[in-house]
Design a protein around this ligand. Structure first.
Ligand code: ADE
Ligand code: ZN
Length: 359
């Protein structure tokens, strides 16, 4: 008689890898998520870009949606920003901003995102003659509807373009004044190298005095010193990207001690060649060093994935465990601008989900 393999009590047979993958993917999909680093202009999918261009009588430099997608090969941050600002040119009217933001919310509702803190770049639009109020009205209407119809809470963060002057940033802050009930924080984005946070010290000081919270992109392409400046001169609550902190062990220790949230964007970092491959990304290393790392999508229409795809790409390449994934998700709740009750509610929801999934 053929001898059956002994199955010892309590010892499980090994699950085939693809089945394990499927289970982790399902777990990731259902996980309640928070996104803290998302440029609304970076969610402009080529299909919508063409629709808005047609609606506004704008001729794009590409002949088709496929041609646009083929153009999305970037050497660095600047080569991306050149296309990103070209894409912005189709956003003119209130309904354009509404359609853009609504498309993003509808998409992330399918990824179980429960809360999103969303950047916008007012100067990329006011510089073309679009009134500040038009931008905020369109995005704001979509956010209200997202809250009501999709159960997604949200906050708006206005970013200053750091390739422009600090006087221009100050002017943007002035224009934001009537919309302060809509805007929770100020941020700093665009071309990082050569544009240190210290240039924007006064404008951040004014913004904080007026009640805005503060965040800043730092340590994406710029040196660790820019992260220190963002912390010490701009007094930011979190650092957007921050991955180059790894070059400065003292800074890494400080970020871990102070639990400064880093809004890391894995697909963006590979697309913009901050890391040559996802396998070389330092997200897992930073997490293992005890930093408050979060996973985000940055400009998903340009980088090939929304927040769930970012989690999945990092998980697959870096071997993130379920514990890692839960930690990343919890970090995002803690690092958000939700009030304590809001954080508590989301953390409870997360815990209940993890319990049900049986981690
Ligand atoms: N604006 C949009 N995406 C950006 C990024 N990844 N870095 C700096 N500025 C940006
Ligand atoms: Zn960004």
């Amino acid at each position: 008689m053929e001898k059956l393999p002994a199955i010892l009590p309590g010892r499980r047979r090994k699950r085939p890898a693809h089945r394990g993958n499927r289970r982790v993917r399902a777990f990731l999909h259902g996980l309640p998520k928070v996104e803290l680093h998302l440029h609304i202009e970076g969610t402009l999918e080529p299909e919508l870009m063409f629709r808005l261009a047609r609606r506004n009588g704008i001729v794009l430099p590409w002949r088709s949606v496929d041609a646009v997608r083929r153009a999305y090969v970037f050497q660095n941050l600047q080569s991306f920003l050149d296309l990103y600002y070209a894409g912005c040119s189709v956003l003119r009217r209130e309904e354009d901003f509404y359609d853009l933001a609504w498309a993003y919310l509808a998409r992330i509702a399918g990824q179980n995102v429960r809360h999103a803190e969303i950047f916008f770049d007012p100067q990329a639009h006011t510089g073309r003659g679009v009134p500040f109020g038009t931008i905020v009205a369109g995005i704001g209407r979509a956010l209200d509807e997202g809250r009501r119809r999709l159960g997604i809470s949200s906050a708006l963060i206005m970013c200053f373009l750091r390739h422009l002057s600090s006087e221009a940033a100050m002017e943007a802050l002035e224009q934001a004044r009537p919309f302060q009930d809509r805007i929770v924080a100020v941020g700093l984005d665009s071309t990082e190298a050569g544009n240190p946070p210290e240039r924007f010290r006064a404008v951040f000081e004014r913004a904080r005095a007026e009640g805005f919270r503060a965040v800043a992109h730092a340590g994406e392409e710029g040196p660790p010193e820019y992260i220190r400046q963002a912390l010490d001169l701009l007094h930011v609550s979190r650092i957007d990207h921050g991955v180059r902190c790894i070059e400065d062990p003292g800074l890494v220790r400080r970020l871990a001690e102070e639990q400064v949230p880093l809004t890391v964007c894995p697909l963006s970092n590979v697309k913009l060649r901050v890391f040559p491959t996802m396998a070389e990304h330092n997200l897992k290393r930073l997490l293992d060093l005890g930093l408050c790392v979060t996973v985000n999508s940055d400009d998903p229409a340009y980088f090939g994935g929304y927040v769930e795809e970012n989690f999945e790409a990092a998980r697959e390449a870096l071997g993130l465990t379920r514990d890692d994934i839960v930690r990343l998700a919890r970090n995002a709740v803690r690092g958000s601008f939700l009030d304590d009750a809001g954080k508590e509610r989301l953390l409870d929801e997360l815990d209940a989900y993890v319990d049900r999934a049986g981690v």
